[in-house]
Design a protein around this ligand. Structure first.
Ligand code: EPU
Length: 434
């Protein structure tokens, strides 16, 4: 296993290019199955999650070819509906295959995704939507089996107790694009990744109105064609680099992004005194005057609210700003696995239910820390960038699921960060407390 070693204290400077969005690309791989024709996806980030998705599609019978590092050709002329447990268990997003398989083949068999460290992640809303469209859904020995031979259009409220569901909405859209008649989805997720999925499906011939809003109307068509589609930039990666600039009080241009995707996040940054300036259409420059920084309050919500996928990184940033910051999780109320690790670095954070209360401004100290999930990994790296001494981040395979070349991009900005085999560590640091 590899680890990251970070020597803190470098002010980041320069330009960083953002990759394509993981959470847009994954459902788009699934969407390619809706047609028997060839689809080309461009600006696909080179990540382990994306490679898993490619493997699953190949297992389902699709011809898959990589066209360089960031483009994939998917030709699913002959596919079957049975997804393999060994691959599906590695990645929750494989649940996005449910909608396309049922729509195209009228049958799907997908192992139920297992537990997840960021909190309870049921799929009841995905299954309820399919049920309401007349599909017969059953669970046999841990495998979700769907018989969609009697599917019909329906009017579905797809919200749940935590608001809208992103991949649940993606599944319901993909299930209905080939179902004759008008399906209405109320309470749909309106994340940019869902809008991008709709854009791709429209290129394939789907008829969708209301894309990007909470109310979608889908007019089912008989057949879809293949398409070429460019994945949108990753807004979570972009915001992570903005916070990397801010936490080191540096001056960083984050380029290749869609600034409009950063609304609620940018507002919080500006309110806390971090200067963000749009340079042209696709670049944001971040500058930070340490004397003007203020603690901040964050409440995570579905889009257009503050993204839960940035809460951990914002928590690390708050640790460096004098005063009390409060971060409230409304999407995954127990997504705070980064906090015990930040405490190991000397942060002062207490947890009150779904609220993290950060008393910021204390100097952080480097320590061996353990990444528990993708965004927690990013938070620990941000903390390591400003900690005194060395920080070793273990279990960085989580990071490789969702950030393309993060250590290299940070190094280009001046960070002292290197990827090493675990054996390179002093023995005392090889196994942080479990
Ligand atoms: N929920 C239900 N029932 C469902 C589905 C969801 O109760 O059937 C609840 C969840 O437990 C959660 C809330 O609804 O409390 C929102 O979950 P959602 O379904 O929107 O999450 P997801 O689609 O499984 C995607 C991203 C996550 C991101 C969330 C929230 C992908 C592949 N994953 O997950 O990304 O945190 O939306 O924005 O798009 C990440 O990239 O690190 C990541 C975890």
């Amino acid at each position: 296993m590899e680890i990251l070693r970070i020597q803190g204290g470098q002010r980041l400077e320069g330009r960083v290019q953002v990759s394509g969005s993981k959470n847009a690309a994954l459902p788009q791989f699934a969407a390619a199955l809706l047609s028997g024709e060839e689809t080309i996806l461009e600006n696909v980030p080179d990540l382990s999650d994306v490679r898993f998705m490619g493997e699953i599609l190949a297992h389902l019978g699709a011809d898959i070819e990589r066209l360089g590092q960031n483009a994939w050709k998917i030709h699913p002329a002959n596919i079957h509906p049975d997804a393999p447990y060994e691959l599906v268990r590695k990645m929750r997003a494989s649940i996005c295959l449910l909608g396309p398989l049922v729509a195209r083949l009228k049958r799907a068999k997908i192992p139920m995704p297992g537990g997840c460290v960021i909190g309870h992640r049921p799929i009841d809303l995905h299954l309820r939507a399919l049920n309401e469209m007349g599909a017969n859904v059953s669970l046999n020995q841990g495998v979700v089996e769907v018989d969609g031979t009697s599917m019909k259009p329906a009017t579905i409220f797809i919200g749940g107790r935590h608001g809208s569901t992103v991949t649940g909405t993606a599944n319901a859209i993909m299930a209905s694009v080939l179902t004759q008649g008008t399906t209405v989805l109320d309470g749909a997720a309106c994340e940019p990744e869902i809008l991008d999925l709709c854009t791709m499906l429209e290129k394939m011939g789907a008829k969708i109105s209301g894309a990007g809003s909470h109310l979608l109307k889908i007019e089912g068509v008989e057949k879809l064609q293949g398409c070429t589609h460019r994945v949108i930039p990753d807004r979570i990666e972009a915001a992570t680099y903005i916070m990397a600039g801010a936490i080191t009080r540096g001056e960083v241009c984050v380029q290749g992004i869609q600034p409009s995707h950063l609304g609620a996040f940018a507002k919080v940054m500006k309110e806390s005194g971090i200067q963000l300036q749009e340079l042209g259409e696709d670049t944001i420059e971040v500058k930070t005057d340490p004397s003007g920084l203020k603690p901040f309050e964050v409440i995570t919500l579905p889009h257009p609210g503050f993204p839960t996928d940035l809460q951990a990184q914002a928590c690390a940033l708050a640790c460096t700003i004098p005063g009390l910051s409060i971060l409230t999780e409304r999407v995954y109320p127990s997504r705070f696995m980064h906090i015990p690790e930040l405490l190991r670095m000397g942060a002062e954070v207490s947890l009150e239910g779904a609220n993290a209360i950060v008393r910021g401004g204390k100097t952080l100290n480097g320590a061996p820390v353990m990444a528990s999930d993708l965004r927690a990994s990013a938070a620990l790296i941000l903390a390591g960038l400003v900690a005194e001494g060395e920080t070793w981040v273990h279990r960085i395979y989580h990071l490789d699921r969702g950030y393309e070349l993060l250590d290299k991009k940070l190094r280009n900005l001046g960070a002292r960060i290197e990827r090493l085999p675990e054996s390179a560590l002093p023995p005392a640091f090889r196994s942080p407390v479990d």
